[in-house]
Design a protein around this ligand. Structure first.
Ligand code: HEM
Length: 529
């Protein structure tokens, strides 16, 4: 029949090459018409799937490349109505949720939409074996090796994963334990930001002052600070270049999250991942009394991991996950806030007034700074809005109808911050522009369902208040010790510097940084304080 169709109908010569090619073409056209025209018409209750060319592979490559562009294409496909649509990856379909009421429902539903399935995948991606995974969910029962009633570490006898979550929440949410972390962080910033120690970000030094790279200034200072809050100086003693490796890890961390294939061990994530994991393993193997600078939560997590007897690699993987969460966003958000301030001297002056007011008799009052800086707060929120690209994910565990669409178990939902933060129906026609006073003029916007820089629901970032203290404290120290302005004549052709662009070349996990070759060069002089 195929031969008849080819020869008689279209006059295509019939041979061993044309018959299979023609058959595949017919099948492919049939698949496209069925999948993207007939089925959506027959099943309007299913989310519309953004059309793709290759069955099974779907949008996998586009998602790993520029996921932002792919999601925007999806929004265009549904007429920017914000109805739920699907994109197909190798593993499963991803339902993209961008309509504020549905976002709120999705964050609050912990039954049909579940984080644990996603956590299992994350743990495996980070290096857990099947056995490690089994042990990490095991709830101690009478008679078990790990059943230690009356123990002070885990009195509720929770599974290791639940215990770990409990530990970092207790450590990070506002209270005395968070304050300890904040103080350690600030001590590190005070130590790093010394005029004679700025080599790590100095591009040029003259008698009049220094030319600094904003990018390097933020990257090193903030990751160094976060490392100290969790591990004190222990990791540095094992691996002096730990901050450099962590930054390289961060630059490519999406490869771990999305299981990007590592061809022949040459992936840019391979070396930093190996070095950090080995460093953490050596840290874990140190006697407890020698790890005296570690954070309270790290000490407890390691103690219960030991009771559960999970393998060393799995123990290090958990630490790496928490270490990554604690340091991967602050340097990028600091970069963007400072880039806006340096490009607008009047904004810089206003913010400096606020940060200077928090220095009382030479001591920085971090609580005063956090709660009493309305301009800085508005600029911080706006920078989070424009550059926050987290894609929160949950696995669909039970059938659920959301926004009139039926979501199928086994697939996943994605709530993409960037698309929520650019929704013109919420943020207006200038949603893509930086408006320094947007959040000052409309205070309720920071609580809007379409504003999610810190995620939401069960995994709502526990470090959000600490993050604010860290970023504000960094800026306050910088402005107190140095006079900074945008360097003149460093732009194209010796002109004004161009505002850096967002790097959207790979899937975003949190605050996205600038394109790698973009920076802001700063003229800095030392202030006499
Ligand atoms: C501007 C800075 C920060 C941003 C934008 C940010 C963003 C986020 C987001 C979007 C999530 C949710 C991820 C998800 O649901 O998949 C999250 C979770 C988390 N964040 Fe942050 N974060 C920041 C700072 C911090 C800091 C400073 C720490 C710790 C010191 C931290 C620790 C965590 C932890 C442990 C989680 C996991 C919570 C859970 O799964 O229960 N974050 N963060």
């Amino acid at each position: 029949m195929i031969e008849d169709l080819m020869n008689l109908r279209w006059g295509i010569p019939v041979n061993a090459f044309t018959v299979p090619v023609f058959s595949i073409a017919v099948l492919w056209i049939g698949w496209r018409i069925w999948t993207f025209t007939i089925r959506p018409w027959l099943r309007p209750q299913d989310p519309v799937v953004l059309p793709y060319w290759i069955p099974f592979l779907g949008h996998s490559f586009a998602f790993f490349g520029n996921s932002d562009e792919l999601l925007e294409r999806g929004l265009d496909y549904v007429g920017r109505s914000n109805e739920i649509f699907g994109i197909q990856t190798l593993k499963r379909q991803l339902y993209i949720i961008t309509n504020p009421p549905e976002v709120s429902i999705a964050f609050n539903d912990n039954t049909a939409l579940h984080f644990d399935g996603h956590l299992n995948e994350l743990l495996e991606n980070f290096g857990f074996s099947k056995e490690g995974l089994r042990l990490s969910w095991h709830i101690p029962k009478p008679g078990d090796w790990c059943y230690l009633p009356g123990n002070e570490i885990n009195p509720e006898l929770a599974s290791l994963n639940r215990f770990t979550e409990d530990m970092y929440r207790k450590q990070l949410l506002p209270g005395e334990k968070m304050d300890v972390m904040s103080r350690v962080f600030m001590r590190s910033v005070f130590d790093t930001l010394q005029w004679d120690k700025l080599d790590f970000c100095t591009v040029e030094s003259t008698e009049k002052g220094k030319l600094l790279s904003l990018r390097e200034l933020c990257r090193y200072t903030l990751v160094e600070g976060a490392t100290q809050t969790m591990f004190g100086s222990h990791l540095h003693k094992i691996e002096p270049r730990i901050v450099e490796y962590m930054l390289r890890y961060n630059d490519n961390a999406w490869m771990v999250f999305f299981q990007y294939p590592d061809f022949f061990g040459n992936s840019p994530i391979t070396e930093p991942r190996r070095v950090i994991t080995e460093t953490l393993e050596k840290f874990i193997e140190m006697p407890d009394e020698e790890r005296h600078e570690q954070a309270w939560s790290i000490k407890n997590i390691l103690a219960w991991q030991k009771v559960m007897n999970i393998d060393l690699r799995a123990r290090a993987s958990v630490l790496l996950m928490v270490y990554w969460a604690a340091n991967s966003n602050e340097y990028n958000i600091s970069f963007w806030v400072l880039a806006h301030l340096l490009h607008n001297p009047e904004l810089l002056r206003m913010v400096k007034e606020e940060t200077e007011a928090a220095w009382i008799d030479g001591v920085l009052d971090i609580k005063l700074l956090r709660t009493n800086s309305p301009n800085l707060e508005a600029i911080f929120n706006e920078a989070l809005r424009l550059n926050g690209g987290a894609m929160v994910s949950r696995i669909v565990r039970e059938p659920i109808t959301l926004g009139g669409k039926q979501l199928k178990p086994g697939n996943a939902i994605i709530i993409p911050a960037r698309q929520l933060h650019k929704n013109e129906k919420v943020w207006g026609q200038n949603s893509g522009d930086f408006d320094a006073f947007r959040f000052k003029k409309h205070k309720a916007l920071s609580r809007h369902a379409s504003y999610r820089p810190f995620g939401g629901g069960k995994t709502y970032c526990p470090g959000r208040v600490l993050a604010k203290e860290e970023v504000y404290g960094f800026l306050a120290t910088l402005f107190h010790r140095f006079d900074l302005k945008m360097a003149e004549g460093k732009g194209p052709g010796g002109g004004k510097q161009v505002f850096p662009s967002l790097d959207d070349s790979s899937p975003a996990l949190g605050i996205t940084g600038p394109v790698k070759s973009h920076d802001v060069l700063i003229s800095a002089t030392q202030r006499v304080v």
